[in-house]
Design a protein around this ligand. Structure first.
Ligand code: FE2
Length: 317
């Protein structure tokens, strides 16, 4: 396949403090160059006999293809980022305040990241992170260090070719000029598109639909705050003997013998049970306890979740 060049999205003659000559050179030589490289590399890969090609040759080409592909994508976003009056629109300001504390706090970090790359090279990106449903500021060195699953919506090019012609080595002045040229209405439109991208689908256990799971972080916070909650490890016996550890301060009860220990529990305090990973045993035990009139929930991700979040354990049994 051949990748196709995209038209520049900003109008070079309308920018404030960035010369048309600089923008033209950037588009024609750096963006265009990356596109030409991308197509040349892709052509070589298409002609390659993957059964016979040495690993290092394939490695090199795939790496260069990634660099060139990301360079084209980020340059297209860079030009689309420019062309406004730099005045933040209300909707976007509110989004940035939600995710960074305030508009000024976002701007201070983004700008400082640009300053810090002066004399070096790389990208400063404002990126939507679908898993967490929020925006972050990130670096992308070598065009390639993009956040997996992230959708960048604003790009500041800090490679010298993007400013040297107009600003010499004065990278700070270039960053400030970039900020004055951000097209805020277009940025908000891109945010609006990106925010529709969902994260990885959550685990669904329809058979336990009516029982609420509770995050391991939430359980830890309840315990730390001294809230009255009865947390019980109900891993099957064979798991306990294989794993040989237990969350510190938590008691184990055999899920097969619920009838024998249920009398120890109080109905006036909530109960949280969990098994090894948060699947059937923990959920099933929570269901049984609810049927018996307890305010019971299960802890998502179970004993492994406790350990994965750095929870202390002791040897057991
Ligand atoms: Fe560039």
């Amino acid at each position: 396949m051949r990748y196709q060049l995209k038209q520049i999205q900003c109008r070079p003659w309308m920018l404030n403090g960035l010369s048309p000559k600089l923008i033209e050179s950037h588009y024609e030589n750096n963006y265009g160059g990356a596109m030409r490289r991308l197509n040349a590399i892709t052509e070589q890969l298409e002609a390659m006999d993957f059964e016979k090609a040495p690993g290092h040759v394939l490695n090199g080409l795939k790496r260069e293809q990634l660099v060139a592909l990301n360079s084209t994508l980020l340059h297209e976003l860079y030009f689309a980022s420019l062309g406004g009056d730099g005045k933040p629109v209300k909707d976007m300001s509110e989004v940035l305040a939600r995710d960074f504390g305030s508009l000024d706090r976002w701007r201070a970090e983004f700008r400082a990241m640009g300053y810090a790359l002066g004399g070096g090279s790389g990208w400063v990106l404002l990126t939507w992170l679908p898993r967490d449903g929020r925006l972050i500021n990130q670096y992308a060195a070598e065009h390639t260090q993009a956040v997996a699953s992230g959708v960048p919506i604003l790009a500041l090019d800090m490679y010298e070719h993007s400013y040297h012609m107009d600003f010499g080595a004065n990278a700070r002045a270039y960053v400030d000029t970039f900020m004055r040229n951000i097209d805020w209405p277009a940025l908000f439109q891109r945010y609006d598109d990106a925010a529709k991208v969902p994260g990885l689908r959550p685990l669904v256990q329809p058979e336990f639909g009516e029982v609420k799971g509770v995050a391991v972080e939430e359980v830890k916070a309840m315990l730390a705050s001294g809230q009255k909650v009865q947390v019980i490890d109900v891993r099957p016996r064979h798991f306990v003997s294989r794993q040989q550890d237990i969350a510190d301060g938590i008691e184990w009860r055999d899920p097969e013998q619920l009838d024998k220990w249920v009398g120890e529990l109080s109905k006036s305090e909530p109960v949280v049970v969990y098994c090894a990973y948060g699947f059937h045993v923990g959920c099933g035990t929570a269901v049984k306890l609810r049927e018996l009139g307890f305010d019971a929930r299960y802890m998502n991700s179970g004993h492994s979740g406790w350990k994965a979040t750095g929870g202390p354990v002791r040897m057991f049994p």
